[in-house]
Design a protein around this ligand. Structure first.
Ligand SMILES: *Cc1c(COP(=O)(O)O)cnc(C)c1O
Length: 528
């Protein structure tokens, strides 16, 4: 039936369709709906506090099979609904109870932060108002506030006037945006090719981007998504501190040029995901400037240093980057997702320009109407900029900076403790708040200062024990650590983001690692 046929069923104007019951009970706007809103939010808030925010361990320890078995029983599209109390009770029992508790001081695995309370209040407004950033008429004040927050971020990184940017879902999206603009800028300036309309030039198969071997995998992912292929990413070795080796970078650039390749971008990392190491940004900016290449800085993790007077010097040179990726949902304590992409010369957004008659017609651009859809790879987009705005206004820049400084100091303290503990080996000096280490088995060569030098059998045992330590601790739920690999051998990682985590929490975590390690070592010894 078409719309007109449907309308034809109604004889008069008053004889239209009747709104469904949910119209007033499940939507804001009239007294019933408003009361239902208060009630639902209040219940959700109570459930969160009862079952999640006050639990004893970071994780209940349930494994994926048990969870699948239980959760597969839940209805997803039941014909009839039930009360919000009943639904939230199910969610509390089945989901919250087996969620990883990011507020717990022992939840120290990933770049996964406890969200700051002001941001949670903002989140309620972001979803409740549901502004959509793809056009001014769907997000009037929100569009202007996002522009304001982006400007303030540009100032934070000492970008000049004319810089621009946009909020993103995180570092993955910000890195794609940076490399997309880098690719299109390079193709226009070197090959006189407009990629947006004409696609990649024939020389595209020779395009190369350089980053360190500790850079985030999204550099490769972006190269794939941009039609260049992962082989277009040339990874440059790092030094002992996991920073890009400048000598190796120079020789790689020379080699690529001698081979007739087109290196178009250098990606520096300010805070590698595993080690928190920061590439020498000034030196990378010099390299990019000498050859007129795009310099993108992935500051998803380390960008938070910019708010601290004490930590900011670590980012020296970042103002020379053509583009910056910064995440707010990591060391900036914002609920997921919240990131920003910043562009030193806002004119370069021309490579993404798009006008849609229904969203942002060209005549609006001429009148200066905010046009955020042309700065993003998304269309419909959340008003996530409100979250850091509320957080920074509530806690002040120094309030947030204190948290960032504290967790970095805590990392130094943990590293010091690991260094003095013969059963543990520190894999890298912490630069930010991540500490990578290993349990070092006694009978398998504790006298060796580094397990990289031990024979392959021992290295397999080190691997096995460290992997098992992490798995057992997760199954136990008392500490949630991360795993990674350093030079091909398993390692453990703590990423400190929670300002409520203390040195004694971490001492307990290290003791738990050593206890597990010793027990596993005995088992291994017994079975050998
Ligand atoms: C987390 C991270 C990313 C990916 O960012 P998402 O926010 O997870 O999309 C990219 N680069 C670095 C260095 C990161 O730490």
């Amino acid at each position: 039936m078409t719309g007109n046929e449907l309308a034809g069923q109604y004889r008069s104007e008053t004889d239209g369709p009747t709104p469904p019951p949910a119209a007033s009970s499940a939507f804001l706007g009239d007294p019933d709906g408003n009361a239902a809103y208060e009630h639902a939010i209040d219940r959700a808030r109570k459930r969160l506090l009862e079952s999640f925010a006050t639990a004893e361990d970071p994780y209940a320890g349930t494994d994926h099979e048990a969870l699948r078995e239980r959760i597969d029983e839940l209805a997803v599209f039941p014909d009839e609904g039930e009360s919000i109390e009943a639904v939230l009770e199910t969610v509390a029992d089945e989901v919250l109870a087996d969620s990883v508790r990011v507020h717990d001081p022992g939840c120290v695995a990933h770049l996964h932060c406890p969200p700051a309370i002001p941001a949670l209040a903002a989140e309620l407004l972001v979803s409740g108002t549901n502004q959509s950033m793809d056009s001014f008429d769907q997000a009037p004040a929100a569009s202007v506030l996002e522009e304001r927050v982006v400007d303030a971020c540009c100032d934070l990184f000492d970008y000049p006037t004319g810089a621009d940017g946009v909020f993103t879902g995180g570092g993955t999206e910000s890195n794609v945006l940076g490399l997309l603009l880098a690719r299109d800028w390079y193709c226009e300036t070197r090959f006189d090719r407009t990629v947006q309309t004409a696609g990649l030039p024939p020389a595209a198969s020779d395009l190369r981007l350089l980053c360190s071997d500790a850079a985030h995998f999204t550099a490769k992912q972006a190269a794939h998504h941009l039609g260049l292929g992962e082989d277009a990413v040339v990874s440059v070795p790092t030094d002992g501190d996991r920073r890009i080796d400048l000598g190796a970078l120079d020789s790689t650039l020379e080699r690529l040029e001698a081979e007739g390749r087109h290196p178009f971008a250098i990606v520096g990392t300010a805070g590698t995901t595993d080690f928190g190491s920061i590439d020498p940004l000034e030196a990378l900016a010099d390299r990019a400037a000498e050859r007129d290449l795009w310099f993108h800085v992935d500051a998803a993790y380390g960008g938070a240093c910019a708010i601290s007077d004490r930590l900011r010097p670590k980012l020296a040179g970042i103002d020379r980057a053509d583009s910056i990726a910064v995440d707010f949902h990591k060391l900036f304590y914002q609920p997921i997702g919240c990131g920003a992409f910043l562009l030193r010369d806002g004119n370069r957004y021309r490579f993404l320009e798009r006008n849609a008659a229904y969203l942002n017609p060209e005549r609006d651009d001429a009148a200066g109407v905010p046009n955020l859809v042309s700065k993003s790879t998304r269309t419909t987009r959340r008003f996530d900029a409100l979250k850091p705005f509320v957080t920074f206004n509530a806690l002040g820049r120094t309030g947030v900076a204190d948290c960032v400084e504290y967790v970095c100091e805590l990392a130094d303290a943990v590293a010091a403790e690991i260094r003095t503990e013969p059963a543990l080996e520190l894999c890298c000096e912490p630069e930010l708040s991540a500490v990578v280490f290993r349990y070092r088995p006694d009978r398998l060569g504790r006298s060796n200062r580094s397990s990289e030098q031990v024979d392959p059998d021992t290295s397999t045992a080190v691997d096995r024990i460290n992997r098992s330590i992490r798995d057992e601790l997760l199954a136990d739920g008392e500490v949630v650590l991360a795993r990674t690999e350093v030079d091909g051998t398993a390692a453990l990682k703590v990423t400190l983001l929670n300002p409520r985590t203390t040195r004694s929490d971490l001492r307990e975590a290290l003791e738990a690692v050593i206890d597990r390690g010793e027990a596993l070592e005995h088992e291994l010894g017994d079975s050998a």
